[in-house]
Every structure is written in structure tokens, then in C-alpha cells.
Write a protein of this length. Sequence first.
Length: 58
Amino acid sequence: MDTTPQTEARDTDEAPCPVCDGTGETSATVRVGRKRRVAGHQSGLCLNCFGTGTAPTS
């Protein structure tokens, strides 16, 4: 018997964040050295929506 409550899918009528396209993460190029060569990419929390993926209302 499964006694855990089932959660319903959340209905979101909100628009996705324009910066991260609704993912909640953004990526940046990492550069190193005097010639500033590309060393890779790193991802981080979207500062526009704070990781929620929805567009801010104000």
C-alpha cells in the first residue's frame, strides 16, 4: 500500500524568464591567462528570476 500523498503537476500561467528561457540557470565563459584564452564554461543561478524560471512581475 502506497500511503504517500500524490502531488499534482503545477499549472503555471506565468511567462518564462527571458534571460534563462525558463531553465533557471545561465552560463558564462571562463577565461584565463594573460591572453584571456577560453578555459571552459560554468553555469550558475539566473539572477533575473533567482532560479525559478518564471519572468519577474515587477
